[in-house]
Design a protein around this ligand. Structure first.
Ligand SMILES: Cc1cc2nc3c(=O)[nH]c(=O)nc-3n(C[C@H](O)[C@H](O)[C@H](O)COP(=O)(O)O)c2cc1C
Length: 163
């Protein structure tokens, strides 16, 4: 099967911040955007981190939680590089990112994490992804909090050049 030089930009975003960074990466690289959409959307109550019983708290407290995807038919076969974006939740990638990873054949792809957060770094979440999926090829990734278009451009072009 023929593979494409253009990346796929996969992202989950509950409140739009990561989506914005994802759109910028897609514009700059000419890649295809793909949003990870939960079968059941997250309400603001679901996202309440002060409530231990909220949906997000329950999911993040359970390493086995795999919230269902709305659509599992993304064609990842045609690309070599996949950017994977998410908000940091409790210092990790939201469990629905695991659902996406486990629903697709990502072996042999270069996986490039990116994230937004309220201040936490991306390193802990990438470490966890590497541990969970040691057969996949994870790059270091980048936190894009408030990153300018220029900064995203320099980084994304650098990532693509190394492929
Ligand atoms: C359930 C939940 C947990 C969060 N945990 C963290 C955290 O551990 N560290 C942090 O810096 N920000 C945390 N945040 C803030 C988000 O990472 C931040 O607002 C992010 O930019 C949201 O991205 P989005 O708009 O794409 O969903 C959390 C937000 C939610 C809803």
């Amino acid at each position: 099967m023929q593979t494409d030089d253009k990346p796929l930009i996969v992202y989950f975003s509950a409140t739009g911040t990561t989506a914005k960074a994802a759109r910028t990466i897609a514009e700059i690289t000419g890649g295809t955007l793909y949003e990870i959409v939960p079968q059941q959307a997250y309400t603001s109550d679901d996202l309440d981190w002060n409530n231990r019983q909220s949906r997000s708290s329950m999911e993040m407290n359970n390493p086995q939680a795999r919230p269902a995807l709305k659509d599992t038919k993304t064609n990842v076969a045609a690309c070599n590089v996949i950017f994977i974006g998410y908000p940091i939740w409790w210092n990790q990638a939201p469990r629905i990112v695991n659902t996406f990873i486990e629903s697709h054949d990502l072996k042999g792809k270069t996986l490039v994490p990116f994230a937004t957060s309220g201040g936490s770094g991306i390193t802990g979440s990438v470490k966890k992804l590497r541990e969970s999926y040691p057969d996949l090829e994870w790059q270091e990734g980048k936190l894009l909090n408030g990153a300018s278009r220029n900064a995203i451009q320099n980084w994304a072009r650098d990532v693509m050049k190394k492929q």
